[in-house]
Ligand binder design. Structure first.
Ligand SMILES: Cc1cc2nc3c(=O)[nH]c(=O)nc-3n(C[C@H](O)[C@H](O)[C@H](O)COP(=O)(O)O)c2cc1C
Length: 434
């Protein structure tokens, strides 16, 4: 059971709790020699960070990245990469009062029943803070995504709808409609004063997705995107293309007809039979209202007593702005996985720059091997001297050559080429030992 892991072609495993010492991620199977996108990771962590806007939790974390393994001189080494962020501004005392109370809308009751023990401080593993690990991981697969572009913006917050979409309009909610932003802002300020919260709907549009990503049965692209998005805390629904509107449309109004120039519509959201059509991938997903609210509600204690309860501590009035970077990271991880699979199927050569980076790394490894060989050869020379053995041992060299030629033929390497290299290596070793 790998319930904390995600991905087939490169795995990510996240770990840590909201109020533990740190949150982190381990990434496996990321190719060696790839430039480590440290600045990009720091940037997305800042985007996801709490304590940034008036409708965001006031928990103030600097979310400073610590690289524990897998990176050497700014590049991936091909070994597991471990990235962590320490939790600084955790105030467990905010949670003392709720240690025996199941908070409505949170997983406390389910955790308690399932594990018989749970970290009541800030939701533990179910905390939104876990998602910083995913956000960091998302930046590690950029090299696989080519020119794919991902746009994410809310189209509904509370009862407000975005009627116009202007993505150049900058605001803390990522709201794309200037015309009603002020009213929306006032609505959220009032909601915050009342100690309440709201949710909304986020639109995702992914451009330049190549045709053919995804598989027809258990690895459908839409199924994998749905799982990735629904794995984000507080996301409760997802629809692709025109989604649930299909219910009262006829087939003739729903099918994406084609002509010589390609598709005439995109009702399916750019995925049919689990496989990308080459059109924009479009889906929308629902984010529920933030469950922690100051308004008093009914609940139960761990000993089964009914009580009235309200949440103290610091919480987002609406979680949407904090969900956006997380959703972007999850989309990247799903697409990178599907692309890796497709590259294997089609044996398509990877990007030239990536191949060059890998070759550079191999050359570096070869040099390191030669260096180690030189050191060992010198040690052998000293031992031979001590034991008064001759430097040259033609019988052993012949046997070694034979073994190398056999191995070379298994690997389909040119035998003359291999002989030439090892002739030179053996001469060098003998010279060192003389
Ligand atoms: C980035 C992010 C931040 C979140 N911040 C909060 C928060 O400040 N307060 C809160 O009550 N829930 C917050 N949540 C939502 C809860 O984690 C989530 O609703 C809860 O664990 C129950 O899970 P469910 O809503 O998926 O059923 C956040 C979720 C994410 C992904």
């Amino acid at each position: 059971m790998k319930s904390d892991s995600f991905g087939r072609y490169f795995g990510i495993t996240t770990f840590g709790e909201s109020h533990g010492p740190a949150i982190g991620v381990v990434l496996e199977d990321i190719k060696p020699g790839i430039e480590f996108p440290e600045e990009e990771i720091r940037k997305v962590l800042r985007e996801r960070r709490p304590g940034k806007g008036q409708f965001s939790s006031e928990r103030d974390e600097n979310d400073d990245l610590v690289i524990l393994s897998g990176i050497f001189e700014g590049r991936t080494t091909g070994t597991p990469i471990c990235l962590i962020v320490f939790n600084h501004d955790h105030r467990p005392e905010d949670y003392n009062a709720i240690r025996n109370i199941f908070r409505p809308g949170h997983g406390d009751y389910c955790f308690y029943k399932k594990f018989k023990i749970y970290d009541y401080r800030g939701g533990g593993r179910a905390s939104g803070r876990e998602t910083l690990a995913r956000v960091a991981a998302g930046e590690m697969v950029n090299h696989l995504l080519g020119n794919i572009e991902i746009a994410l913006y809310p189209v509904q917050i509370g009862h407000f709808q975005a009627n116009e979409v202007d993505l150049s309009f900058e605001n803390e909610l990522h709201w794309p409609d200037r015309s009603n932003y002020q009213q929306l802002s006032t609505f959220l300020t009032d909601l915050k004063k009342q100690g309440d919260s709201c949710g909304g709907i986020i639109q995702a549009i992914i451009r330049n997705v190549p045709v053919g990503l995804g598989d027809p049965v258990f690895e459908k692209l839409d199924a994998n995107l749905a799982k990735a998005i629904l794995s984000i805390g507080s996301v409760k629904g997802i629809e692709f293309g025109i989604g649930f509107q299909m219910a009262d449309r006829k087939g003739s109004e729903t099918n994406d007809e084609m002509s010589s120039g390609g598709f005439l519509s995109n009702n399916s959201g750019g995925i049919t039979a689990g496989i990308s059509t080459g059109q924009e991938v479009r889906f929308r997903f629902l984010v529920k209202p933030t469950p922690s609210i100051r308004k008093t509600q009914n609940t139960m204690t761990t000993s089964g007593e009914s009580i009235r309860f309200s949440v103290n501590g610091r919480h987002d009035t609406v979680i949407i702005p904090r969900i956006i970077p997380v959703a972007r990271a999850m989309i990247k991880l799903v697409l990178a996985d599907a692309i890796s699979h497709q590259n294997l199927l089609t044996e398509k050569p990877a990007d030239l720059s990536i191949l060059r980076e890998v070759i550079e790394k191999i050359d570096e490894d070869l040099l390191l091997c030669l260096y180690r060989r030189k050191q060992i050869s010198q040690n052998i020379g000293s031992l031979k001297k001590n034991q008064e053995l001759p430097v040259s041992d033609p019988a052993r060299e012949k046997e070694l050559f034979q073994q190398l030629q056999e191995k070379a033929s298994e690997l389909d390497l040119d035998q003359d080429f291999v002989k030439e290299i090892w002739d030179r290596i053996f001469t060098y070793s003998r010279d060192l030992q003389c």
